[in-house]
Design a protein around this ligand. Structure first.
Ligand SMILES: Cc1cc2nc3c(=O)[nH]c(=O)nc-3n(C[C@H](O)[C@H](O)[C@H](O)COP(=O)(O)OP(=O)(O)OC[C@H]3O[C@@H](n4cnc5c(N)ncnc54)[C@H](O)[C@@H]3O)c2cc1C
Length: 420
């Protein structure tokens, strides 16, 4: 049993059967009158998207592009989740060969459309994975050889060629790098601020400061205005408690906490150039599991740098629209997220960054942590908890990369009729 916003007790049948239950109750119960009032008062849309992170925004865009009337609900006045706390890297090179890499490339195409249409900042940076150890060079050379047949476009560069591509690379001990042109850098905070305005301009109804408390289609309950919609997509990030908690409890999903830092804006318009990664990153992205030589690299790092395994650290560097460099990150897994940051993690990240990155100003202007949802085996989590409702979440550390591809896929799959 549940309570409606009017305080009436209604049956689980109502929750599960929507219109059918309303009809049944109309025949028999007085409280139904109030349920009908709720429906009559309700605002209408074809699709409700719950969550104003990058997945929610991307879904709102995908449905709006299909001509649907979309309402987007975000409980905060502005998005505050993983989608504003990340590097802003659109990173197809990290996706495993096959379906996920293809989805990342499709997502990148849509990102470019969106960037142009919404006039968002971006840098077509590409990426360099730097090798300072023999085993790192072996993995990267091996990957460059396997890449064409696996669908990646990238190449091994000598140390000299690497230094010609980037003024930010430490030259001492450099053995070479893997260059890929596909990666883009956006500014996540700017995306979260500016992209919703574009969505508004193409007709999406934005409801910030509005938490969705319950969904029983056609009704979406927010505690303030009721809404009547044809379909709903829940992109609530790592909120597993508010909507469909029973689905999340059975899902196997967990959380990951990541520590991040950002320097002050670099002086004199200094440019990072390609986004940078190095040897530790090869352990993280599934793309590199193609390489038999990866096992030796993993063992060496486990033996030489156990503290990096202990905190799940690898280091990336990206540059935002103000010229500041984002540095991170660590990975601590578990449903309970420690609210306190570990100073040791920041120290390790800075130590590792200093081994491959040179830049004019290392002043750290901001430190924060982010949390994302992830599934231990799947690249994202999708579920249909009720007819017409989808949950789409947990793209792990690849949500910026995959967002528009995932959203396009959901919108195509949900071929339901419009709300009357
Ligand atoms: C430190 C860090 C670095 C990362 N770097 C990258 C990167 O460079 N590239 C990349 O591809 N990925 C990266 N990621 C991953 C990426 O940021 C996430 O996968 C992605 O942001 C998840 O987006 P989301 O919309 O699912 O979740 P979120 O951004 O968490 O958004 C979910 C939103 O839903 C809202 N919400 C939840 N429940 C309700 C409700 N009931 N009613 C209304 N609103 C609700 C929340 O308030 C929240 O705003 C990184 C992540 C972190 C933490």
């Amino acid at each position: 049993m549940r309570y409606t916003p009017c305080g009436d007790v209604i049956s689980r049948q109502f929750l599960l059967s929507g219109y059918r239950a309303i009809f049944f109750m109309e025949l028999s119960w007085a409280p139904v009158e109030r349920g009908n009032n709720l429906e009559r008062m309700a605002r209408r849309a074809d699709v409700a998207v719950i969550g104003g992170g990058i997945l929610g925004l991307a879904h709102a865009y995908a449905f709006a592009r299909m001509g649907r009337r979309v309402v987007l609900f975000e409980r905060n006045a502005r998005a505050r989740g993983a989608s504003i706390r990340n590097f802003g890297l659109i990173w197809p090179i990290g996706q495993p060969s096959g379906e996920m890499h293809a989805l990342a490339l499709r997502s990148r195409e849509i990102w470019l459309d969106v960037i142009e249409a919404a006039k968002l900042f971006y840098r077509p940076t590409g990426s360099l994975h730097l090798a300072y150890q023999t085993d790192e060079a072996e993995v990267l050379r091996e990957f460059a050889e396997l890449a064409p047949s696996a669908g990646y476009q990238c190449q091994w560069l000598s140390a000299d060629a690497t230094l010609r591509k980037s003024q930010a690379v430490q030259p001492g001990g450099l053995k070479g790098s893997l260059w890929s042109a596909a990666e883009l850098t956006v500014d996540p905070r700017e995306v979260a601020a500016a992209f919703p305005e574009y969505l508004r301009a193409i007709g999406v109804d934005l409801r910030y400061g509005t938490a969705v408390k319950h969904i029983a289609l056609p009704l979406v309950e927010t505690g303030t205005d009721p809404w009547k919609v044809g379909q709903a997509v829940v992109c609530g990030g790592h909120d597993f408690e508010t909507l469909y908690p029973e689905v999340f409890a059975a899902s196997g999903l967990t959380r990951c906490k990541l520590q991040m830092m950002r320097t002050a804006a670099q002086p004199g318009g200094w440019q990072l150039g390609p986004a940078l990664a190095a040897g530790l990153t090869l352990r993280f992205y599934k793309a590199f599991s193609l390489c038999p030589s990866l096992a030796a690299l993993r063992s060496r790092i486990a033996a030489e740098k156990p503290e990096f395994d202990r905190w799940g650290i690898h280091v990336l560097a990206s540059q935002n629209s103000h010229g500041a460099i984002a540095l991170g990150d660590s990975h601590e897994y578990g449903l309970q997220v420690d609210v306190f940051n570990q100073a040791v993690i920041d120290d390790l990240i800075l130590r590792e960054a200093g081994s491959f990155l040179r830049m004019p100003d290392w002043t750290i202007a901001e430190r924060w942590y982010g949390v994302y949802a992830l599934h231990p085996e799947r690249p994202s989590f999708e579920s249909q908890p009720a007819p017409g409702v989808r949950i789409v979440t947990a793209p792990g550390g690849s949500g910026m990369t995959l967002s528009f591809g995932l959203a396009e896929r959901t919108a195509k799959q949900m071929a339901y009729p419009r709300c009357a």
